[in-house]
Design a protein around this ligand. Structure first.
Ligand code: PLP
Length: 430
């Protein structure tokens, strides 16, 4: 496989873009080597500038749940674009989008569209603070809620990948209001809330974590958070930027059967366009301007091209619930196949999976939180990543990221991935 063009483009990119990329994890820094520059994609496959084809397990970090260049979405964007790409005034399409989401997701009375997951999470905690009149928030080590100042404390995803401890540019004043706990440690959360009596506005969590690899909530953990929040007048925020519309039509709330007070969305909601959203119960969302005084705005919020893309995709997901069953079955097929070859390989590993989220940690104990994810053999993951890439399988370039399956993947693609893993494991331990 030749990477000549990608190598050239990466050189050139670094002359005009910080680190050559517009988002850090794309740089391959943690796995080494040159990031691939992508020319196009279709269905389950990515094609780089050198013409190499890859089976894609990133799916643009989630949005491409039905595969790339999904025809109904492409067509809808084309048809909408001729009517202008933005108006800065309300449209019926935004109402249709809100109504569709309300019909899919439980516990959602009002929803506001924004342009990214970061914006959604940042706005949700502002709403929680405005609603409760309290300042502090609790987040979990290894969870990622976007790059807003308050969240860059023990964050997952790129922050974990690059082992960044404190982020220059974020003031102590801001981080002092962000308290952190280990994921799955309910007692630690209860202690923290007791120590900060009447000061905690919100607990924000990825109900199924995807930014330290895939990590599942243990039985009773989120239920316990729900009880604690009810007892202490704390707003429980589900960050469903990854989980939403991926684990089920109603996201993690539906899959886990637990109600949040506020929910944030991103990724799948925009079908690959820049879209995020936050919403929840009416009595809380009523504080949002212009209804209330918690200010939040966006020139391109509810953008017609972004809305038609998201609306078209969500509509397909809503009217074809069998898609989730197919995705689950494919992911379980992959998990079982990987288990088989990893077991035969004979060294320690953990596979975590729920719905179409899955990841491998090279760990000899269960991976249930950030500490156990970080203790895994992530050097081995780097080697595995490159060995897979060489065999035309594009995994997320970090052990601190979940893989996302898309429904364009065929059984043949999954078999190839399992076979590639078998060969890769042999190669990296020889
Ligand atoms: C990706 C992600 C975000 C940030 O979304 P952006 O659109 O990248 O700003 C927030 N929360 C979670 C759980 C995410 O995975």
């Amino acid at each position: 496989m030749s990477y000549t063009r990608s190598i050239e483009l990466f050189e050139r990119a670094q002359q005009s873009i910080p680190g050559g990329v517009n988002s850090p994890v794309r740089a391959f820094k943690s796995v080494g080597g040159t990031p691939l520059f992508i020319k196009n994609a279709k269905g389950a496959y990515l094609y780089d500038e050198d013409g190499n084809q890859y089976i894609d397990y990133i799916a643009s970090w989630g949005p491409m749940i039905l595969g790339h260049a999904y025809e109904p979405v492409v067509k809808a964007i084309q048809e909408q674009a001729v009517f202008s790409t933005s108006y800065g005034a309300p449209t019926e399409l935004e109402i249709k989008m809100a109504e569709l989401i309300k019909g899919m997701v439980p516990n959602l009375d009002l929803i506001r569209m924004v342009s990214s997951g970061t914006e959604a999470c940042m706005s949700a905690i502002r709403v929680a603070r405005g609603y409760t009149g309290k300042n502090k928030i609790i987040k979990f080590e290894g969870c990622y809620h976007g790059h807003a100042d308050s969240f860059l404390v023990k964050a997952g995803s790129g922050v974990a990948t690059f082992n960044i401890q404190t982020v220059p540019g974020v003031t102590a004043g801001v981080t002092n209001d962000t308290l952190t706990c280990a994921y799955n440690d309910l007692q630690a959360v209860e202690r923290l809330v007791a120590e900060n009596k009447n000061e905690v506005a919100a607990i924000i969590i990825e109900p199924v974590a995807g930014n330290m690899g895939c990590i599942l909530p243990e039985k009773g953990f989120i239920e316990g958070l729900r009880k604690l929040c009810d007892a202490e007048n704390i707003v429980l925020i589900f960050d469903e930027v990854m989980n939403g519309f991926r684990l089920a039509p109603g996201g993690a709330q539906e899959k886990l059967g637990i109600a949040a007070d506020l929910v944030t969305y991103g990724k799948v909601i925009g079908a690959g366009m820049p879209v995020g959203a936050f919403g929840g119960k009416r009595h809380i969302m009523e504080v949002v301007a212009p209804l209330g005084n918690v200010y939040q705005a966006g020139t391109l919020s509810g953008n017609p091209i972004a809305m038609i893309a998201g609306y078209t995709l969500l509509n397909v997901l809503n009217t074809n619930p069998s898609i989730y069953k197919e995705l689950d079955e494919k992911t379980i097929y992959l998990r079982d196949g990987l288990n088989e070859v990893l077991k035969a390989w004979g060294k320690p590993y953990v596979i975590n999976q729920l719905g179409s989220m899955i990841s491998i940690h090279f760990s000899d104990k269960p991976v249930t939180d950030f500490a156990s994810a970080a203790a895994a053999n992530n050097d081995l993951f780097k080697k595995y990543f490159h060995a897979m890439l060489k065999r035309s399988v594009y995994l997320p370039p970090s052990a601190f990221e979940s893989w996302f399956l898309n429904n364009a993947l065929t059984k043949e693609d999954l078999d190839k991935t399992i076979q590639a893993t078998k060969e890769s494991l042999k190669e990296i331990t020889e």
